[in-house]
Each structure stands twice: as C-alpha cells, then as structure tokens.
Design a protein around this ligand. Structure first.
Ligand SMILES: *[C@@H]1O[C@H](CO)[C@@H](O)[C@H](O)[C@H]1NC(C)=O
Ligand SMILES: *[C@@H]1O[C@H](CO)[C@@H](O)[C@H](O)[C@H]1NC(C)=O
Ligand SMILES: [Zn+2]
Length: 311
C-alpha cells in the first residue's frame, strides 16, 4: 500500500516537475490556456517572503548615510554589444569589463548582463513602483559579487547580497539617442534564442541618466524577479527615470515575440508586486538643501540672535 502511494505520488509529481521549467508571465499563461506556469504558480523560492519587486513608499524610506554615490568603472567603454532574445526579455551580454563599487556595497560587483521589462501600456511596464506609480519600462543591470574571499563562512552559506541589481525606471518622453542602437537591434531578434550585435558602439553610461542624478536611489534586500526567485539580491532603484521616446518603448513590444511561431508579442514581462513584509527600504543621503531653502533656515536663528542682542 505504502509503495503504491509512493508510486502514485511519483507519477503525479513528474509532469509537475516538467512544467516547473515552463514558467511564464501572466499574459502567456492566459494565451496558452494556463499550460505554462504563471507568476502565482512559480516554484523554488518564489513563494517566500523577501521577494521582489515591491512598491516603494518614498516617505517611509529611511535615510542611510552610508548610501554614498557609486563608482562606475568600465561603464564608459564603448562596444557593439551582443543582444539576445531569451524568451522572457531582451538581454545585453556585458562581458567582464564593467564593475561598480561604493553605493553602500560591501565590495565591488561585476556587471554580467542587462535586460528590460516593459508593457504596451506606458504606466504598466515597470516591476517596481514608486508610491504606487508604475512606469513604461524597467532596466536591470545585473552584477555578481566580485570579492568572494572576503566573506565569513556563515555569510558564505547564506549570502543575501550575492547579486547587485541596478534598477532604472523608464518613462516615455524625449527621444534617447543612447538607446537607439539597442532599439534598432530588436528587429534582428524577433524569436527566442536569436542574437545579434549592435550596429553602433555604445557604453553603459550612454544608457543611464547623467552624473549627479545617479546619487539618489533606494536600497532594499530582495530576490530575482524570475524563477527561482533566489533571495540574494541587493537592490538599488534609482529615483531619476531614464527617458525614451514612446516609439522607442513600443518597439520592444512590436519587434519581439515570446514564441518561435511569433504568435504572442513579448510584452507585459513584468512580475506582480510582492509584499514588503518585515523589510525596511533605505534611501541615499539627503541632498544639501538648495540655497533659497537654506537661507531662511540660517537667517531665522541669526535674526533672533540679533533681536536678543538689541534687547
Ligand atoms: C483555450 O480554451 C478555449 C476554450 O476552451 C479554446 O476556445 C481555445 O482555442 C484554447 N486556446 C488555446 C491556445 O489552446
Ligand atoms: C567598438 O566596438 C568594438 C566591438 O565591441 C570594439 O572592438 C571597438 O574597440 C569599439 N570601438 C570604439 C571606438 O570604441
Ligand atoms: Zn529583471
């Protein structure tokens, strides 16, 4: 009897185990009559309680003075990057030249790849949201911890910061020349597993908001937003969005497909928001107040001091 149960359990488990590898986004689950596993059925760590993405309530984010600006190295190197349709997103392979340090990170991290999430609806394409507002797209630059020797044994068994993702929200606005070589590459890779190279050299910095704007960001500990949803990601969500023209945003949905038959346009590749639970979100150092605000703040005590002296 025991054996029979065991065999039945095994038989039942087998098709499920196979389906595990067929994770998909909600839009694909619907289109396939739920033959692939949508986000609420993702396995491995995906149902744990320190997951990503989350809604960031900006007024509840706590200032952390250790969250200094990042130093970016190799981010200025121009390349004709390899671009790939991986069936879930478009991914740019970053080789081994770019890394980040600072930004409140314990060590340096090596950039591996970047990819994006998007929708045809211009306020539903980001994974994270700020005060409930979602954006047209979200770009993730995925980094791996560089210094693997400096960790203690205990940490090494359960590292919460093995991966550092820099997340950039994208809003529709003016044309972005830096993105154009990536946008133009999309037409070459409509189907999963296709790859191409950009026709023009660009650097990572060409894709990002400029300079000082990168010193304002949010920080929390979470997970990958695709299966297995490993909870080992130190997230940085930048406050300043990247701007792309609406047509550049829509090109992603129009040129790329989830399937080889090109039946389903690749769009809404966005994981639903996850509960924050017991996690605190931090924000980088408060900016120096601009002069028009600082002056009255300085003047008031000075005036009352003078008033005191005159008495
Ligand atoms: C999904 O199911 C509906 C109703 O059962 C059917 O009409 C449709 O053809 C199915 N679609 C696919 C992709 O199997
Ligand atoms: C352009 O990209 C290619 C391939 O990545 C690289 O070998 C070359 O050095 C780059 N040229 C410039 C001017 O950066
Ligand atoms: Zn992502």
């Amino acid at each position: 009897m025991r054996l029979l149960f065991a065999l039945l359990a095994l038989a039942a488990a087998r098709p499920l185990a196979r389906a595990e590898s067929h994770w998909c986004y909600e839009i694909q689950a619907k289109a396939s009559n739920y033959t692939c596993l949508g986000p609420n059925k993702w396995g491995e760590f995906c149902q744990n309680n320190h997951q990503s993405p989350i809604n960031i309530v900006t007024s509840k984010a706590q200032f952390d003075h250790s969250l200094r600006p990042f130093s970016f190295s190799g981010y200025d190197k121009k390349h004709k990057w390899t671009v790939q349709n991986n069936g879930h997103s478009v991914m740019v392979l970053l080789g081994d030249e770019a890394r980040i340090a600072g930004g409140g990170l314990a060590t340096y991290y090596q950039a591996k790849q970047l990819h994006l999430h998007w929708s045809e609806v211009l306020d539903q394409g980001s994974e994270h949201s700020l005060d409930g507002a979602r954006f047209a797209m979200e770009m993730h630059i995925v980094h791996e911890k560089g210094d693997r020797t400096s960790r203690s044994k205990k940490e090494a068994q359960d590292p919460k910061d093995e991966i550092a993702v820099l997340a950039f929200l994208v809003k529709a606005g003016s044309e972005n020349e830096g993105f154009q070589p990536l946008v133009e590459a999309l037409a070459d890779i409509p189907k999963p597993d296709m790859s191409t190279t950009m026709k023009k050299n660009i650097s990572l910095l060409d894709l990002l908001p400029k300079g000082e704007k990168l010193s304002h960001y949010f920080r929390y500990l979470g997970s990958l937003t695709t299966p297995g949803c490993d909870e080992n990601v130190i997230w940085t969500v930048f406050k300043e969005p990247i701007q792309l023209h609406k047509d550049q945003v829509l090109a992603f949905s129009q040129k790329l497909y989830y399937d080889k038959e090109q039946k389903l346009k690749m769009t809404d590749n966005v994981r639903p928001l996850q509960p924050q639970n017991d996690r605190q979100v931090f924000k980088s150092q408060a900016p120096e107040p601009p002069l028009p605000l600082a002056l009255p703040a300085l003047l008031a005590p000075m005036l009352s001091l003078m008033a005191g002296l005159l008495h």
